[in-house]
Design a protein. Structure first.
Length: 340
């Protein structure tokens, strides 16, 4: 079966074609980063309008790259939520309308389930069950994953997620938008001249809290005005050390508590080189395996949506087309999902 994937939850338009026999055939992505950088963050109305401009050309380009036509599509998967309501409506209405014209079924996909399953797109994918660290945007979560739709929340963020803390700290350091990658790059030249707290490191649970860490960075910034470049780099270095130490420690505790020996890491922060370095060392020491999606699939993309939709389609007994009515879910907890 050939599944078209449509992702439009925030500021990236992603389209992909996934074949359940041959794997990922083609994918295309347009990022709105340059457009939103002028405003220091995502402007929802501009994001929605840009999705409208990009979604058809990207679909045509993906079909051409895969040497396929619309008539070859057997199902369409799309992101129903969570995300920006206007942006979600663009992808959702496009997917349902196209499916209606082709008389093929649709599969509404949870955006975070897409991220969660992205490492399974790789060669030699991890096998269920595994522990998943999901660090995407406003989410920092640890999940036990026993199968498609079989998710148990082990730990969650109590305030700022890791990605939010990266972006807010980058802004405090004057690094602009998007802040996370810029901060990580700056940290490479930093030295361990500061000491920041490791929030909830010894809390005894698997929850996260990075709001206080951001406040500690603000205190440092205020104490060292005017900031020179070496000081900025040293603060970035210590901030990244603090976040990655907490994430790594909590992952090891989750593996210990569940008795599992497979860990997967997904989401934008999952691309962070320092986090990967620490997790590689920690899992090797513990005798466990850690898996990541390729870097291009850490951020939002159509491939993960096409794959998640295909997995759900395979598990569904009824592949018939529906009534093509639709809605979006800007707020949608991952643990509300059920197995197909």
């Amino acid at each position: 079966m050939l599944v078209l994937g449509v992702e439009s939850s925030c500021d990236e338009t992603g389209i992909a074609l996934y074949d359940t026999d041959k794997g990922l055939l083609a994918h295309a992505l347009h990022s709105q980063v340059e457009m939103h950088a002028e405003y220091g963050g995502v402007v929802p109305e501009l994001a929605s309008r840009d999705h409208i401009r990009r979604i058809l050309p990207l679909t045509e380009a993906t079909l051409k790259d895969a040497n396929k036509t619309l008539q070859d599509i057997n199902a369409i998967a799309y992101t129903q939520g969570p995300g920006l309501s206007g942006a979600l409506l663009v992808g959702t209405s496009f997917a349902e309308a196209l499916a209606y014209s082709l008389q093929v079924p649709t599969i509404s996909v949870h955006h975070l389930e897409g991220h969660l399953l992205a490492p399974l797109l790789e060669d030699n994918p991890p096998q269920f069950p595994f522990v998943a660290l999901l660090v995407s945007g406003g989410h920092s979560q640890l999940m036990r994953v026993d199968g498609i739709g079989e998710y148990e929340l082990l730990g969650d963020t109590l305030d700022d997620a890791a990605g939010e803390a990266f972006d807010k700290t980058a802004k405090l350091l004057g690094l602009g938008y998007p802040g996370g990658p810029a901060l990580s790059k700056l940290a490479q030249t930093g030295k361990p001249n500061f000491k920041l707290p490791r929030p909830l490191l010894t809390s005894g649970d698997l929850n996260f809290s990075f709001s206080g860490l951001k406040t500690s960075v603000l205190t440092l910034v205020n104490q060292h005005q005017p900031l020179d470049e070496p000081t900025k780099a040293d603060i970035a270095y210590e901030f990244q050390e603090a976040v990655t130490e907490v994430l790594t420690t909590k992952c090891m505790h989750a593996l210990r508590d569940t008795g599992l020996d497979n860990l997967i890491v997904s989401g934008g922060v999952g691309a962070n080189a320092k986090l990967r370095e620490k997790l590689n060392v920690a899992t090797k020491r513990r005798g466990c395996k850690v898996s990541y999606p390729r870097l291009e699939f850490c951020t939002d993309n159509g491939a993960m949506i096409a794959f998640a939709g295909a997995m759900r389609l395979i598990a569904m007994q009824n592949h018939e087309a529906g009534n093509y009515s639709f809605s979006v879910k800007p707020r949608w907890n991952l643990n509300e999902l059920q197995a197909p």
